[in-house]
Design a protein around this ligand. Structure first.
Ligand code: ATP
Ligand code: MG
Length: 387
């Protein structure tokens, strides 16, 4: 009996001629995720098989696989010879483990991909059901809502399993090009980055800090959030850009009620330049419609106007509660709520504009020559490879 992880993929099935490209990428990403666990990863007829992982590392391997985008679900299985007695012995061992978890009702689900196997799937189900009831007298069959789904797949070998662990879904990272995430220390932007990476995007990230108005700890928090994101998104190139001079210039020389939105425009301008140099084709933010004054429809139009690249806002229609739920699921929430100040909160005006106009903000921005400050900020940026 061999331990095997059966890995199913989701949306890639819908692909046409370029499906092998997505499958190869997924395989590469799975191999990278399982590095150090001696895993042999193989692809066969729409399924991925992971073998060679030691029994004590199976749970760790499953956990890592749940973070690989493109994986629909994972089943730790026993692989045996295509022979009924071997299947029954494996089923017994799988059943024993499931009963230890508390399961007492079951149903058999056999799929026979290899039609040369002498019993058809219904025969296997019947026979196996009978054998299990005999072996474990406390078991009952429940065809409607079984606690244990005892699955058998007859392929090049027979695979027996009862667990199905849900994966992260989405598309393999690296199949959709690169985008630049504007990451603050808040709850929203890491979730936005996660959602874009889930669609296959590779991420670069940029953070603006206003030392000494924001602390070293606020910066560390952003590095930490990027690390948490990299568990899913793969390596992220993080640009840390000093923003104090620009922020003070806005604060001193522009209308107070426009400071936040001007700051957002300048962030977009700088992010776009850095993105171009990084080979990124779009910007990503954590904005959600109506969440704050700088995220009204009018404000978003003004922010958009500062950049030529497309700006993706995957959280645009999310309620805060929904965003928090995703942040908790992906493990960024606890870090995001650490109470270190962000540059947006330090300089926030008492009465921000909620319905700014593009023409009005262009004029306010043109009143100050930011070009040298932008170049200086870029030149002084620090770049980290976050893994
Ligand atoms: P978050 O929870 O992501 O901080 P937020 O609701 O606090 O978002 P804002 O502070 O208005 O919203 O920021 C909106 C978006 O602008 C953020 O989601 C992020 O993409 C970007 N952003 C804000 N501050 C910074 C910063 N200091 N560096 C980089 N990007 C930022
Ligand atoms: Mg914020």
């Amino acid at each position: 009996m061999n331990q095997v992880l059966l890995v199913r993929y989701g949306e890639i099935h819908l692909k046409g001629l370029n499906r092998p490209f997505f499958e190869r990428k997924l395989l590469d990403n799975i191999r990278a995720a399982l590095a150090g666990l001696d895993a042999a990863v193989r692809f066969d007829q729409g399924r991925i098989f992971v073998e060679g992982v030691a029994a004590e590392h199976v749970e760790e391997a499953c956990l890592r696989l749940t973070r690989v985008f493109g994986v629909h679900s994972i089943s730790p299985a026993l692989a045996v010879e295509k022979e009924y007695t071997a299947v029954a012995a494996a089923a017994e061992s799988v059943m024993e483990a499931s009963m230890k978890e508390g399961g007492r009702t079951f149903k058999c689900f056999c799929r026979r991909a290899d039609k040369t196997f002498p019993m058809d799937s219904q025969q296997i189900d019947r026979e196996l059901g009978h054998d299990m009831l005999e072996r474990f007298p406390e078991l009952r069959v429940d065809v409607r809502e079984p606690q244990i789904k005892l699955c058998v797949e007859i392929r090049d070998r027979a695979f027996v399993y009862a667990r199905e662990i849900m994966g992260a879904g989405g598309m393999p990272t690296g199949t959709a090009g690169r985008a630049m995430l504007l990451i603050s220390g808040g709850i929203d932007s890491p979730v936005a980055g996660y959602m874009m990476a889930r669609r296959g995007i590779e991420l670069s990230a940029i953070h603006f800090y206003s030392y000494p108005y924001t602390s070293e700890r606020a910066r560390d928090k952003v590095v930490k959030l990027t690390e948490l994101l990299a568990r899913y998104a793969g390596p992220v190139k993080l640009h840390l850009v000093p923003f104090t001079e620009i922020q003070l210039a806005i604060y001193d020389r522009c209308p107070p009620k426009e400071t936040t939105i001007l700051m957002r425009r300048l962030m977009m301008r700088i992010a776009e330049r850095v993105a171009e140099a990084d080979g990124a084709r779009a910007l990503v933010t954590g904005e959600a419609l109506g969440q704050v004054a700088s995220q009204t429809l009018e404000s978003l139009c003004v922010t958009d106007d500062a950049a030529d690249m497309p700006v993706f806002r995957p959280l645009i229609a999310f309620d805060k509660d929904d965003i928090v739920n995703v942040a908790k699921k992906i493990g960024t929430f606890e870090t995001s709520i650490l109470p270190y100040e962000d540059c947006c909160t330090v300089f926030v005006p008492a009465h921000p504009v909620t319905r700014p106009s593009v023409a009005g903000l262009r004029a306010s921005e043109a009143a100050v020559d930011f070009s040298e400050m932008i170049e200086k900020a870029r030149a002084e940026a620090e770049v980290l490879e976050v893994n």
